[in-house]
Design a protein around this ligand. Sequence first.
Ligand SMILES: Cc1cc2nc3c(=O)[nH]c(=O)nc-3n(C[C@H](O)[C@H](O)[C@H](O)COP(=O)(O)O)c2cc1C
Ligand code: SF4
Length: 434
Amino acid sequence: MEPVLNTSSTFNPEVIQAIQERAELGRYMIRGFGAFRNVPRLDDLVFLTASLTRLPLEGYREKCSTKTVLGTRHAKRPMELEIPITIAGMSFGALSRNAKVALGRAATWLGTSTTTGDGGMLPDEREASSKLVYQCLPSRYGFNPKDLKKADAIEIVVGQGAKPGGGGLLLGQKVNQVVAGMRTLPEGVDQRSPSRHPDWIGPDDLRIKIEELREATDWEIPIYVKIGATRVKDDVKLAIKSGADVIVLDGMEGGTAATQSIFQEHSGIPTLPALVQAVEALKESGMYGEVQLVISGGIRSGPDVAKALALGADAVSIGTASLIAMGCNKPVYVESYHKLGTEPYHCHHCHTGLCPVGITTQDEDLMARLPVEEAATHVANYLQAMVMEAQSLARSCGKSDVHNLEREDLVALTLEASAMSKLPLAGTDFVMGQ
Ligand SMILES: Cc1cc2nc3c(=O)[nH]c(=O)nc-3n(C[C@H](O)[C@H](O)[C@H](O)COP(=O)(O)O)c2cc1C
Ligand code: SF4
């Protein structure tokens, strides 16, 4: 007899598997990557490029500037970048030394910045990166005045899009002697870092913290505040009031090396509405243009970059995509993916420390699979391609600077995207919800 394969939508095979896994383990699931669920995203917007009403620029003859300056509010030495794409904070510990150095080199070649992470400043990373943002996280792992002096900007991390309100996590198998030494913690032991800064309990304390850091760096370098996207408008306004020079906003698609999957799937709001709300908050505070906005979370292509700029961001930041450019999920060393119980294109196992391609591991043999020069070249090529794509779109909208892209250049393809972006639905004057 043919089996009858009725499927409950409440208790579908995935849910059944998840319940049974938890029943065996007795704890929550941990994984890398960002949210798996489908959310309205920048893909749901399209450009109204030039025709009769606007003149496009010639790609081969007419320039389209990509220069980007961050941190003009207070810093004597703002962050001057050649392109509007930066490399997001990813810790040494989560990433291998080779991966950190490759990102630094690629960013330097393209004239942009890279960022430390929850684990301090790796000397090789400092050397490889001409512009390095130094993170100050709740854990304070590796945060010290000596490295502060070497930084080109400081990023106070309040939260991340993948786990807003949650703390950091580095499983013991990734905590080797060097990683443990930089964090002054024991080797081989799971590190769960706090979800809030121990020395401040509200925005007034954040203002004091920012002032301290400014004094310590002689008002030379900008201070960024990074937040995971939840109550975006209020958070952005509070960060501005506390004195931030730059807001870094990370949407729910944002990647991580390890967190509880419940955070990735059930907390925060997507990058698209987060960006729109942040720009509104900057405008309502009278600080649009004075405090810069960097957006991250699921940025993958030149069109994503161009759309983010058109919606009002000053720059984007990329994490996962930069790892993919250097070989994450590439169909090589397939037997190593199988050992993790996965396949190329489906891997999200950064938390295990057994990265098949040497990116999120501290194992010397696995790391040797990631030659620095080759990885750096791939990231640089990818950044360059994204910049060219964004420039092409800007030129086709008649703009000689990617920062001249504007909301008026975009329309939405879906009702959800229209409601979240407050842009008209393509071919209509209808803006959902207004
Ligand atoms: C492997 C990995 C490690 C990360 N480590 C940190 C970290 O130490 N500090 C931090 O603020 N964010 C960390 N993040 C988050 C990124 O800074 C950034 O917010 C996120 O990757 C952006 O989303 P995307 O990955 O979709 O580009 C990490 C992300 C990844 C993928
Ligand atoms: S290939 Fe490596 S970096 Fe990519 S998801 Fe798997 S473990 Fe993480």
